[in-house]
Design a binder for this molecule. Sequence first.
Ligand SMILES: Nc1ncnc2c1ncn2[C@@H]1O[C@H](COP(=O)(O)OP(=O)(O)OP(=O)(O)O)[C@@H](O)[C@H]1O
Length: 563
Amino acid sequence: MRPVGSKYLLEEPLGRGATGTVWRARQRETAGAEAAVAGQPGETVAIKVLKEELANDADVVMRFLRERSVLLRLTHQNIVRTRDLVVEGDLLALVMDLVDGPDLHRYLRENGPFTPVAAALLTAQIADALAASHADGVVHRDLKPANVLLKQDAEGMHPMLTDFGIARLADSPGLTRTQEFVGTPAYVAPESAEGRPQTSAVDIYGAGILLYELVTGRPPFAGGSALEVLHQHLSAEPRRPSTVPDPLWTVIERCLDKNPDRRPSAVNLARGLRAVADGVGVHSTPAQIAAAEGVGALLMPDPSPAPVPEAPGAADPTQVLPSNAGAYDPNAATSVMRSTGAPGDADPTSVLPNNRGAADPTAVMPPVPPNDPGADPNEPHPWQNQMRAARDRNEQTQVHSYLDPDQDPLRRRPQRQVARPQQQPPHPQQYSPQQQRGQQQRGQQPRGQRPQQYAPAPQQYQPQHQPQQYAAPPQAPQPQQPAPRPAREPRQPRQRSANPMKIPGLGCLKGCLFTILILFVASWLVWEFSPLQDWIGTTKGYWEQLTDWYDTVSGWVGKLGGN
Ligand SMILES: Nc1ncnc2c1ncn2[C@@H]1O[C@H](COP(=O)(O)OP(=O)(O)OP(=O)(O)O)[C@@H](O)[C@H]1O
């Protein structure tokens, strides 16, 4: 067990993301006045230990400290409470309430898509959380199912939004200039992909993607590379699946509007989603149905969206992608977006910010003529680096799915796995009013109640403590020499199922062959070791008897054919 500050002890890792590792931890003693929650000795908490790459970045450390009060005061029933921030040597950590339940990404993978009503009610609660944070001027910027934890309690399951402020912390000029891409490509709003100024509307876009994923099981834009995905955010329209009722589709489309000014505010999104949930069920009154059909009128944009403060000295946003998305040409971009190593370029390894406040934003990735003689054609372009980092980030975000089974606490905690909610169809189905009626009869709830329809019976969470050795604290980088990037560990191969052969495998050749083999062996055993031979009065061997039967049957068939 490794101590974090003097107040906490890390016990076991719960999961790993792009920005750090989350640990189950225990409080050793009551925290000081600077913590939002003092806590009691022995209390269990979750601690996110930020990656050393972040902890070593002076900008991040400063922002971490500066935003301490914002993060600590953010309280809402659908937001995972940040209790304390710890800065200790090279270690940056957020102490949070421990949420007993799976994250939405995992839940979705294990249980399949939600019904439209359940998806609308769940997203409405996330919109509530966003409304509270936006009112406080905090934009999440990395909304995705992995950042929604499903808290189980006696009442059912509630979505809890986590990782507030992490994207903002990670948006360090030093990191942004060199490698990092803030946001996860599948959930990134067009304006973020293009590097245009961002507002709270980016969270509404994220909520739209999440809503789409809840009802279909996958986000609307996919592609072979992060660049492809980002490009789709800029120019492709989401494909409407047949399972999505009209009013819900109206909400999704409005959230996914390429123009952030046309997206609804979080408050209006929550209101609209509840109207949709009320109006697409069979017990809906004509007035509720009419309200759902007119949901577009409820989805008014935010007249004063919360702006995302630009990181001082961050990359010239317009250089991330050409704003002319339709004519975007990655090769052309490559030819003009090259880091020259000019003084304006941040040294990623420098511990203290080098005059970032005054940095010319265009100096980060200064445009150079396509045939710049000083340019090294073999050097990867900053944009390629960003894309690679984005892809890595996506992979890293999945890492907890591929942890070694001994390391992966989620695999060792079957209690956290939740049963499929009763009313959720395993696969998207054609939407019809009759079906909605069926859904409601199977237990969906009216407006205002907790959406327990997607809440299986709460399960007792029983931790199996297995303290892990915590990695040695990161070394401070050399101020002048760029530290060699640590080689990425090869990704672990995907775990094969423990039961690779499906038995009996309907439609599965292996299963059929295996079943025949079992029948053959079983019948041989019966023949040899049971009194069956005496009963039918034969002394023939098993194989001989089988051949006899085969001849007799083929004789019959032959006769039938002849007739
Ligand atoms: N407060 C918490 N209580 C319990 N488990 C948590 C808590 N926070 C995170 N976890 C678990 O840790 C896992 C990893 O969390 P983390 O936020 O690092 O992942 P991520 O969202 O995929 O990463 P990132 O947002 O950095 O890309 C989560 O999927 C969840 O299972």
